[in-house]
Design a protein around this ligand. Structure first.
Ligand code: SAH
Length: 209
């Protein structure tokens, strides 16, 4: 039997109870072994609905937040998605099940190397990783259908907004430390529509590498 089968089933039930209803998102959460993305010493906690520390003072997001952000991207399977803040690679792995290709950027090289190894072990191949300052985006691969930031900034960098396609969706934490909101931005021909999803706490987006 699959390891952590019961814990995983319980987490999925918890997320459903909290209002995550998109079956494709729940299936992706079921498909990705979160225990492989957390430090070995925390493996027993992998299926708690909690954020956990990873290396270099960073964190892997709470499954509920991963689920809500993923739902908000409204993926159909055809999109090219840019992620800023690869971290453990967990959110990126979830996205690979739901879109065409993920482009994920990380400023801390050791995290990116570990993420790359995990994704390879899981035979996930529809992803490109880059060690670079995500605040500048990925101009060679832009524009993107979707953009997700998993690190928070006071104000979403304009360069990233400009790398979003018309009718594309961005999900990002924004605001001062301690008062961040998850913002969903849809780019229209006429401008950017903004909706606030919920309060969140993310590690900061730090410019430069
Ligand atoms: N999505 C991750 C969560 C990572 S935490 C996961 O599923 O595990 C946020 C990450 O953003 C950290 O690893 C941090 O190093 C990274 N980060 C912060 N500023 C950045 C920047 N300017 N460019 C790229 N990555 C950045």
């Amino acid at each position: 039997m699959q390891e952590f089968h019961t814990e995983k089933a319980q987490l999925i039930m918890t997320l459903r109870g909290m209002g995550v209803l998109d079956p494709a998102v729940l299936s992706a959460l079921e498909a990705v072994p979160r225990e492989l993305f957390v430090p070995a010493a925390l493996r027993q906690h992998a299926y708690e609905n909690a954020s956990l520390p990873i290396a270099l003072d960073q964190t892997i997001s709470q499954p509920y937040v991963v689920a809500r952000m993923t739902e908000a991207l409204q993926l159909t399977g055809r999109e090219r998605v840019l992620e800023i803040g690869c971290g453990s690679g967990y959110q990126a792995a979830i996205l690979t099940f739901l879109c065409r290709r993920v482009y994920s950027m990380e400023r801390l090289k050791p995290l990116l190397v570990d993420a790359e190894n995990r994704l390879r072990d899981l035979r996930i191949s529809n992803i490109s990783l880059r060690h670079s300052d995500g605040a500048k985006g990925w101009p060679e691969a832009a524009p993107f259908d979707r953009i997700i930031l998993t690190c928070g900034s006071r104000k979403i960098p304009d360069i990233l907004l400009q790398q979003l396609k018309i009718d594309g969706i961005m999900v990002a934490p924004e605001g001062a430390d301690g008062a961040q909101q998850l913002v969903v931005i849809t780019r229209r021909e006429t401008g950017f529509e903004r909706n606030i999803l919920m309060p969140v706490t993310f590690v900061p987006l730090i410019e430069g590498c």
